[in-house]
Design a protein around this ligand. Structure first.
Ligand code: DCP
Length: 231
């Protein structure tokens, strides 16, 4: 009897189920990921996975963990990154019935950009980083965490800062230029293949300093020149 190759995480995919083509949208805080994803909401063959940030702001309906982390990063960075990893995993695992699945961020940028940045700035200790990393390495061995394409919305940190100020999210008033610059550098090194972290998928880099319409135009141009199947 042939055993069906069921995902050990019982996420609903089997070797007989077609995995959706999964696209993760990455970029600094304020690079316009949410706005970019809104462009595809009307497509019948695509599912947009809502960003988990709302959950980070309301853990158990009571704790704004994102705000707590910005107020006291030494105390709350591990808690936030643990929760980010859980909610991202849930997004990777979320089964969809469409050909395409578009996610805001992924487990990969959480580890390679955010956790790395907190570690380098001594806001996560070495042992905390090792534990997050062991979880991460374990999680990405499963098929549900496979990403096919990463869209990098590249922005100057100053442009990202302007957008963050305009939207005025609770807690983010303490985001500094230094913080944005270091996150930017980590994204840049990763996408340029200059970091020690691997790129888990093909990637496309878009100039996201531009207006949202032009970013969308550039992406559509990229898609036209590449075969993604499904139309
Ligand atoms: N964040 C974090 N650790 C992570 C991921 C995000 O501390 N691993 C924080 C940074 C922001 C908030 O969570 O304060 C949301 O960041 P995102 O970049 O994921 O989402 P944005 O809403 O800022 O994206 P955009 O403006 O591009 O739509």
């Amino acid at each position: 009897v042939l055993m069906e190759n069921v995902c050990p995480n019982s996420c609903g995919w089997t070797s007989r189920t077609k995995r959706p083509l999964t696209i993760a949208v990455e970029g600094n805080i304020g690079s316009g990921k949410t706005t970019f994803l809104r462009n595809f909401e009307h497509l019948k063959n695509s599912t947009i996975i809502p960003e988990p940030v709302a959950r980070w702001c309301s853990v158990d309906g009571r704790f704004n963990l994102l705000q707590k982390m910005y107020e006291n990063p030494r105390k709350y960075s591990l808690a936030l990154q643990t929760y980010v990893q859980l909610t991202m995993l849930q997004n990777h695992r979320a089964p969809v019935s469409t050909d395409f699945k578009l996610m805001e961020r992924s487990l990969y940028s959480a580890r390679y950009c955010f956790v790395e940045n907190l570690f380098r700035s001594n806001l996560l200790s070495e042992v905390e980083t090792i534990i997050l990393d062991e979880w991460f390495e374990h999680l990405i061995t499963t098929e549900c965490c496979v990403v096919d394409l990463i869209v990098y919305l590249r922005t100057d940190p100053a442009v990202a800062m302007d957008r963050i100020k305009k939207r005025n999210r609770d807690g983010e008033n303490t985001v500094s230029m230094d913080y944005l610059n270091s996150l930017h550098d980590l994204h840049e090194e990763w996408f340029a293949g200059r970091s020690s972290f691997p790129m888990p998928a093909n990637c496309v880099v878009l100039d996201a300093n531009q207006d949202a319409d032009l970013v969308k135009r550039d992406f559509i141009e990229y898609v036209k020149n590449h075969d993604f199947g499904g139309g």
